[in-house]
Design a protein around this ligand. Sequence first.
Ligand code: DQA
Length: 147
Amino acid sequence: HLVYVLNGPNLNLLGKRQPHIYGHETLADVERDCRALATELGLDLRFHQSNREYELIDWIHEARETAGGIVINPAAFTHTSVAILDALNAFDAPVIEVHISNVHKREEFRHHSFVSRRADGVIAGFGTQGYLLALRRVARLIAEKNT
Ligand code: DQA
């Protein structure tokens, strides 16, 4: 099974940007760890990042045809994007939302997520480990679906 791991705006700066909030690991480190775990779980992975809303939407559309699940950190689009929510609503396999930081401990405007209306699960505040936990959950949901 194929799983998409999608990352929204500014996550290309992971490791350099506000390390006290997001840690020192880069997105390349996260990708490496996700690929290692995916191999262990028997999943194929597409790992993408974009600062452009439409690119994330296009990848979600692409996933409709090919993927068994999506792990998404929509970053700031979490709090603004009805378009990403609509795209995910057109995808009918597991979706897990990931936030590196605990958004609920932060500013009020980070407490609302459009994407959470669709996500089957949400992970926040586990640092970059959240991606790995999310992948494990997607693998489990895919396995349950196929039994
Ligand atoms: C984030 C939290 C968002 O509020 C923020 O805009 C981000 C990253 C996180 O991973 O903690 O860019 O999604």
